[in-house]
Design a protein around this ligand. Structure first.
Ligand code: ATP
Length: 354
C-alpha cells in the first residue's frame, strides 16, 4: 500500500473549484512535486493534506490511517512555507529546537537531534545567529531543519525556494535533493517552476485548472507529455499544426509547411489536422538545401552555453536552441534549413510510433 493516498480530493469555494477530484498515490520515501501554473490548485491540495483546508469531498490516507478530518497538529506533518515563518526573536538553534520542546522531547535527546539536523543543513557554525543575520538561503535551511528535526513521516514544501536568486536556488535544489535522499522523508513539494520539479522529483504531478493532467517520472513528462498543455508547461516547445494527407500502408503523409512527414497515426481521426510538438533543442539548423523546412533567422540570442534562434519557417515560427560550440553560427536574416530526427516529433493527444 502506498504511504500517502489521496482519493477524489476536491475543494470548492462557492462557485470556484480550487482542486477537483485529485487522486494520487505516493510511496514511502518518494519525492513528488505538484507542478502547474498560478491558480491551478497546488497550494489548496497541499493545505488539505496539511489539514489547514477542509476538503469538500474525498479522502486522505497516511500510512493506512484516514486523516481527512484530523487537526493539523495531530497529523505530525513537517511543513516548509515559501515565507519560512521563522521566529525573529529566536536564534537558529532556538528556532530548530522549538518543535521538539512543544512535543516534550527530553533535553538531552533534543540537543542531539538539533545538533544532527544543523549538521545536515550545514548550519552548525551559524547556530547562535538570529534570522535577520542570515542570508535567504541560510534562512531557508533553518526552515528546512526546523521541519526535519521533528522527524516527520511526511514533509510538505510550498514553493520553498521561490524567494532565492537563481544561483542560490540551484545550489539549494541540489542540497534539498541530497538531504531528502539522506533522510528518506516522503516529500511533496508545490512549485510552478518546471526545472525545479524536474530536477528534484521522483515523479511530477502536472496540474491545470484544479485537475491532475499527468503523473509521471520527470523524463517521461518531458519526453512524452500527454497533451499540448503539459508539452508547453513542462519545458519549452514548438506547437505546430500538420495536415493529414494520404495513407500508404502503416504510414500517413502529414504536411508540415513545405515538408512532408511519414507518420504512423493511431486510430481514426476526427479532423484532417494533427498537433505536433517539437522541442527547440531537437531542431537543427542546416543550410537551405539540406533542411526539411526552409526558414529565415528572425532573432538570435546568445545564452552562454547555447544559442536561441527564432526562425520564420514555412511551418510557422520556430524556436531552436543550438549548443554553443565556440563558433558564431548563422546570423539574423540568414536563410536556413531546419531539420530533425524522426524521434523528435511528438504527436499530441494521439500516439505516434517511429
Ligand atoms: N480561500 C479561498 N477562497 C476562494 N477562492 C480561493 C481560496 N483559496 C484559493 N482560491 C482559488 O482557488 C484556486 C486555486 O488556488 P491555489 O492557491 O490552490 O492555486 P496555486 O496553484 O497554489 O496558485 P499559486 O501558484 O498562485 O499559489 C484559485 O483560483 C484561487 O483563486
Amino acid at each position: 500500500m502506498s504511504y500517502l493516498s489521496l482519493t477524489s480530493l476536491t475543494k470548492c469555494y462557492g462557485p470556484t473549484t480550487a482542486a477537483e477530484d485529485i487522486t494520487l498515490e505516493i510511496e514511502k520515501g518518494e519525492f513528488v512535486s505538484l507542478l502547474g501554473p498560478s491558480g491551478c490548485g497546488k497550494t489548496t491540495t497541499l493545505q488539505m493534506i496539511a489539514g489547514f483546508v477542509e476538503p469538500t469531498r474525498g479522502r486522505i490516507l497516511m500510512d493506512g490511517e484516514d486523516i481527512t478530518h484530523r487537526k493539523p497538529n495531530e497529523r505530525g506533518i513537517g511543513i516548509v512555507f515559501q515565507s519560512y515563518a521563522l521566529f525573529p526573536h529566536m536564534t537558529v538553534v532556538e528556532n530548530v529546537r522549538f518543535g521538539l520542546e512543544m512535543r516534550g522531547v527530553p533535553t538531552a535527546e533534543s540537543r542531539q537531534r538539533v545538533g544532527e539536523v544543523l549538521e545536515l543543513v550545514h548550519l552548525n557554525q551559524l547556530k547562535d545567529r538570529y534570522p535577520r543575520e542570515l542570508s535567504g538561503g541560510q534562512r531557508q535551511r533553518v526552515a528546512l531543519a526546523r521541519a526535519l528535526v521533528i522527524q516527520p513521516p511526511l514533509l510538505l514544501l510550498d514553493e520553498p525556494l521561490s524567494n532565492l536568486d537563481a544561483k542560490l536556488r540551484e545550489d539549494m535544489q541540489i542540497e534539498l535533493r541530497n538531504i531528502q535522499q539522506q533522510v528518506g522523508t516522503t516529500t511533496l513539494m508545490v512549485t510552478h517552476d518546471q526545472s525545479e520539479a524536474l530536477s528534484l522529483s521522483d515523479r511530477v504531478v502536472v496540474m491545470n485548472q484544479g485537475r491532475v493532467v499527468q503523473v509521471d517520472e520527470p523524463f517521461n513528462a518531458y519526453e512524452r507529455p500527454s497533451d499540448a498543455f503539459v508539452s508547453s508547461f513542462v519545458g519549452k516547445t514548438n506547437l505546430l499544426t500538420g495536415l493529414i494527407g494520404k495513407k500508404q500502408g502503416d504510414q500517413t503523409a502529414v504536411r508540415l509547411g513545405d515538408a512532408t512527414l511519414e507518420l504512423m497515426l493511431d486510430g481514426p481521426r476526427t479532423s484532417n489536422q494533427v498537433q505536433i510538438s517539437i522541442r527547440p533543442e531537437k531542431l537543427e539548423l542546416t543550410d537551405c538545401a539540406s533542411g526539411k523546412l526552409k526558414g529565415r533567422v528572425k532573432t538570435r540570442l546568445f545564452l552562454g552555453n547555447h544559442w536561441l534562434y527564432q526562425v520564420d519557417s514555412s511551418a510557422g515560427e520556430l524556436f531552436i536552441t543550438q549548443p554553443n560550440l565556440g563558433k558564431r553560427g548563422v546570423a539574423v536574416g540568414d536563410d536556413v534549413g531546419v531539420s530533425w530526427s524522426p524521434g523528435a516529433i511528438r504527436l499530441l493527444e494521439e500516439k505516434v510510433h517511429g
